[in-house]
Design a protein around this ligand. Structure first.
Ligand code: SAM
Ligand code: SF4
Ligand code: SF4
Length: 341
């Protein structure tokens, strides 16, 4: 598709390229930095099934997004593998014209059984979130009874069926996993050929009690890695890649750093997000989304649907991370488990 045939860029000249789709707001983990149990406990009102977009509705929206320039889809949540028969959705999305990549972000607790069906459906890769290789710390951080061994089994299954290159996302938080975990996880990546990406802890949502002093700056993480196994920067794979890439000088693969807080990348942010109930968010830190479910469940035809999406993107001025201050942190913001990472 030529640029002249698709929607325009936003107010800062950024084109829409990637769409992250949350398929559920539920999760079987309660990571303290994402869904603390005090807030997301037994009393929490999760979405009813009827409120979730159906696979058909998601696919129709993805067709509209692809005509507006979206090329990559990432399925996320909550925990996306809690959504039944997710592989069916994957097959539907890989069939959409213009979509050349459908990936998944998961905590991997249910991945062992799902890796092969997902691969058969056309999923290209998985990113697994894992913050420690120590069973006790893993359990404390993720606040789950799922054993770490089950997550490791899921990762191995994904590797075996070719959902590669496997990326492992690790949120680093001061006092949580900034000790032995960083080098242990890096070593795990080096051994198995996985790309571990260390992510600065962010002030997403309003429930995790974020403080700037909890952020372990990317530079500190790179220094720790470099001291253990010297690394050198690598050019980004594509414009707008969020992770800064480094290669190990001994040839044992790559490692990434996502410096969302200390070195924000709003300038090249091409990501749109669709919540499980069909709201379009143009920034991870937005307070409100735009209701597309009412449109797909209403009388609106495809051309009108596309015009609405184009108009929303065209008005976009988001650059939260560039403007972050102690004061913005307290603003109302959507929860990450609701719109996906
Ligand atoms: N449940 C799936 C998982 O954990 O991979 C998908 C959804 S989860 C919200 C997506 C990503 O967001 C995960 O990699 C998680 O580590 C990241 N995340 C959640 N809260 C975060 C925070 N406060 N700061 C940085 N990353 C965060
Ligand atoms: Fe669940 Fe993922 Fe959030 Fe952890 S980061 S609570 S696994 S949605
Ligand atoms: Fe994109 Fe918003 Fe994150 Fe900036 S803060 S990189 S605009 S999602």
């Amino acid at each position: 598709m030529r640029d002249s045939e698709r929607a325009g860029p936003d107010r800062f000249g950024r084109w829409m390229r990637d769409l992250r789709i949350s398929v559920t707001d539920r999760c079987n983990f309660r990571c303290r930095y994402c869904m603390p149990r005090e807030v997301f406990g037994a009393d929490h009102a999760f979405l009813d099934r009827a409120e979730l977009l159906t696979f058909e509705e998601i696919t129709r929206l993805v067709r509209a997004f692809s005509r507006q320039g979206v090329r990559k889809i990432r399925l996320t949540g909550g925990e996306p593998l809690l959504r039944r028969q997710l592989e069916k959705l994957v097959a539907m999305l890989t069939g959409v014209d213009g979509i050349d990549d459908v990936a998944l972000t998961t905590n991997a607790s249910l991945l062992a059984a799902k890796a092969q069906p997902l691969r058969d459906a056309g999923l290209s890769r998985v990113t697994v979130s894992l913050d420690s290789l120590d069973q006790d710390r893993f359990a404390r951080i993720s606040d789950t009874r799922v054993p770490l061994a089950e997550v490791l089994r899921g990762i191995a299954a994904a590797d075996q069926v070719g959902l590669t290159p496997i990326k492992v996302n690790t949120v680093v938080k001061r006092g949580m996993n900034d000790g032995a975990d960083i080098l242990e996880l890096a070593e795990f990546g080096r051994e198995h050929g996985y790309v571990v990406r260390f992510i600065e802890y962010m002030d997403v949502g309003t429930t995790n009690g974020w403080r700037m002093s909890d952020v372990v700056p990317a530079r500190e993480i790179v220094e720790r890695l470099h001291a253990a196994w010297p690394v050198a920067p690598v050019d980004p794979d594509y414009p707008g890649e969020v992770a800064q890439r480094y290669r190990y000088l001994d040839g044992r693969g790559e490692v990434g750093i996502i410096a969302s807080v200390t070195e924000p990348f709003c300038r090249t942010c091409t990501r749109a997000r669709l919540s499980a109930q069909g709201e379009l968010f143009t920034c991870l830190f937005a307070a409100r989304g735009h209701d597309l479910r009412a449109l797909v469940r209403g009388e609106v035809d495809d051309a009108e649907l596309e015009r609405r999406i184009e108009a929303i993107w065209g008005r976009r001025t988001d650059r939260y991370s560039e403007l972050r201050t102690a004061e913005t942190t307290n603003r109302p913001k959507v929860e990450m488990s609701y719109i996906g990472g």
